[in-house]
Ligand binder design. Structure first.
Ligand SMILES: *[C@@H]1O[C@H](CO)[C@@H](O)[C@H](O)[C@H]1NC(C)=O
Ligand SMILES: *[C@@H]1O[C@H](CO)[C@@H](O)[C@H](O)[C@H]1NC(C)=O
Ligand SMILES: *[C@@H]1O[C@H](CO)[C@@H](O)[C@H](O)[C@H]1NC(C)=O
Ligand SMILES: *[C@@H]1O[C@H](CO)[C@@H](O)[C@H](O)[C@H]1NC(C)=O
Ligand SMILES: *[C@@H]1O[C@H](CO)[C@@H](O)[C@H](O)[C@H]1NC(C)=O
Ligand SMILES: *[C@@H]1O[C@H](CO)[C@@H](O)[C@H](O)[C@H]1NC(C)=O
Ligand SMILES: *[C@@H]1O[C@H](CO)[C@@H](O)[C@H](O)[C@H]1NC(C)=O
Ligand SMILES: *[C@@H]1O[C@H](CO)[C@@H](O)[C@H](O)[C@H]1NC(C)=O
Length: 337
C-alpha cells in the first residue's frame, strides 16, 4: 500500500511516527519495577514516573540523578504510627517501598503517590479519607504520618505525600480504621471506647486525649490504658512551697503495671491558670513541673518527676514533655513551684 504513495518521504515520516507510537505503547506496557534504575532529569525538568505496581513518583531535581525502588516484604507492622492523634492503623499493602537516590538529594520538589484498592479498603474497614503514606522514622520504630503534607485523591484512588524535598526512605500505604475521618482523640474515662490499645513490640504507638495529653509508647507486651480526670487535690499532698496548677489529676491505669514501657508523655498546661496563680508573670518554664504518685495513693505526697526528664515547651505547644517513663500507672499533676 505504501509503495503506491506518490511521496516516499511522507511514507517514511508515517513509518517513523507509527513506530514512535508503537514504542510509546511498549513503554507503557513495560513500566519499571523493583530494582530498575530510573533516570531522574536534572535542570528542574519534571520526572513523572509510574511503576508496574501503581507507585508513582513525581519530582523536579536540579541535577541529573538516578533512583531505585526496592521492595521490603517484611516491613515494620502498620500499627506503629507516629505523628497523628489517634489509631488504630492497618497496612493496606503487604510490602513497603525503599527508595534510594544515587546521591544525597535534599533539593527536590517531590511527591510520592500510592494507589489504593477500594475493595481492599472496604474489607479492612478503612474509609478512603483515612489512607496515609507512612514514612519510616529514622529510628525505624514507627511510620510517621503528617496531615500537613497528606493529600488523598479520592477520584483517582490514591494517597500522596506532597511537599517532599527528599525521596530517600521507606514508605508504605496505611489506613486508619476509625469511623471519623479527621483528627481523632481519646476521651477520658473508663469503658471500651475509651481504652488505648497498644499492641506491644518494637514500634511506637501514639494516642492523644481531648485536652492534648499525648502518649508515645513502646510497650514490650500488649497493654491497654485508661486515663481519667479526678477532681480535688488535697494541698497536704503537695510538696512544700508548691501548689497544683489545676484542680484535678490525670489518673492513668493500664491493664498490667508490670509491663515495661518506654514512653514519652506530653502534658498540656493552661497558661491562664498560671497567670491567675502567679500575678508577677512567672513563665511556665520557670515554674511548672509534672509530679506523680501511685495509682492507689490517697494521702501520699506527689513527687516531681526528675527535672532531667521534663521539658516545658511553651507557645504554641504549651505542653510539658516527659521522657523515658518506664511505667505509666499513677496519678499525675502539674505542680507550680
Ligand atoms: C543530564 O542528562 C541529559 C540527558 O538526559 C544530558 O543531555 C545533560 O548533558 C546532562 N547534564 C549534566 C550536567 O550531566
Ligand atoms: C548520580 O547519577 C547522575 C546521573 O547519572 C550522575 O551524573 C552523578 O554523577 C551520579 N552521582 C554519583 C554520586 O554517582
Ligand atoms: C500480598 O498481597 C497480594 C494481593 O494483595 C497477594 O496476592 C500476595 O499473595 C500477598 N503476599 C504475601 C506474601 O502475603
Ligand atoms: C477507583 O476505583 C473504583 C473501584 O475499583 C473504579 O470504579 C474507578 O474507576 C477507579 N477510579 C480510577 C480513576 O481509577
Ligand atoms: C481494643 O482491642 C480490643 C481487642 O484487643 C478490641 O476489642 C477493642 O475494640 C479495641 N478498642 C479500641 C477502642 O480500639
Ligand atoms: C482501669 O481501672 C478501671 C477501674 O478501676 C477498670 O474498670 C479498667 O478496666 C482499668 N483499665 C484497664 C486498661 O485495665
Ligand atoms: C514571681 O514570684 C515568685 C515568688 O512568688 C518568685 O519566685 C519569682 O522569681 C517571681 N518571678 C518574677 C519573674 O519576678
Ligand atoms: C498501693 O499498692 C501497693 C502495691 O500495689 C501497696 O503496697 C500499697 O499498700 C497500696 N497503698 C494503698 C494506700 O492502698
Amino acid at each position: 500500500m505504501f509503495s503506491i504513495s506518490p511521496r516516499p518521504g511522507a511514507t517514511l515520516f508515517a513509518c517513523i511516527v507509527f513506530s514512535t507510537f508503537l514504542s510509546g505503547i511498549a513503554a507503557q506496557e513495560k513500566l519499571p519495577t523493583f530494582g530498575d534504575k530510573i533516570d531522574v532529569l536534572g535542570a528542574m525538568g519534571r520526572t513523572d514516573q509510574d511503576f508496574a505496581d501503581g507507585l508513582a513518583l513525581d519530582l523536579f531535581s536540579p541535577k541529573n540523578r538516578t533512583l531505585v525502588v526496592k521492595q521490603n516484604t517484611a516491613p515494620l507492622p502498620a500499627q506503629f504510627v507516629s505523628g497523628t492523634t489517634g489509631s488504630p492503623f492497618v497496612a493496606l499493602m503487604n510490602y513497603s517501598y525503599i527508595i534510594t537516590m544515587n546521591e544525597t538529594a535534599n533539593d527536590l520538589i517531590a511527591k510520592i503517590e500510592i494507589p489504593f484498592d477500594l475493595g481492599n479498603l472496604a474489607a479492612q474497614g478503612v474509609n478512603p479519607s483515612n489512607t496515609y503514606v507512612g514514612t519510616l522514622a529514622a529510628d525505624k520504630q514507627s511510620w510517621v504520618v503528617n496531615d500537613a503534607n497528606r493529600n488523598v485523591h479520592i477520584s483517582e484512588n490514591n494517597t500522596r505525600i506532597i511537599k517532599m524535598t527528599s525521596l530517600d526512605g521507606e514508605f508504605m500505604l496505611l489506613g486508619r480504621t476509625t469511623v471519623d475521618t479527621t483528627n481523632v482523640f481519646v476521651q477520658y474515662g473508663q469503658g471500651e471506647t475509651r481504652v488505648v490499645n497498644m499492641t506491644g513490640g518494637p514500634g511506637i504507638q501514639e494516642a492523644e486525649f481531648v485536652d492534648g495529653l499525648r502518649f508515645s509508647t513502646q510497650a514490650e507486651k500488649p497493654l491497654r490504658m485508661n486515663v481519667d480526670i479526678v477532681n480535688g487535690i488535697n494541698p497536704a499532698t503537695m510538696p512544700a512551697n508548691t501548689q497544683s496548677l489545676n484542680s484535678f489529676a490525670w489518673v492513668v491505669n493500664t491493664s498490667d503495671p508490670n509491663v515495661r514501657v518506654n514512653s514519652r508523655v506530653n502534658v498540656p498546661f493552661n497558661r491562664a491558670m498560671l497567670a491567675a496563680l502567679k500575678s508577677n508573670g512567672t513563665s511556665p518554664s520557670q515554674s511548672l513541673m509534672v509530679a506523680r504518685r501511685a495509682l492507689n495513693a490517697t494521702t501520699e505526697k506527689f513527687t516531681p518527676i526528675p527535672r532531667a526528664q521534663q521539658t516545658v515547651n511553651e507557645q504554641p505547644e504549651d505542653r510539658i514533655a516527659i521522657q523515658g517513663l518506664t511505667q505509666l500507672d499513677g496519678q499525675y499533676i502539674i505542680m507550680v513551684v
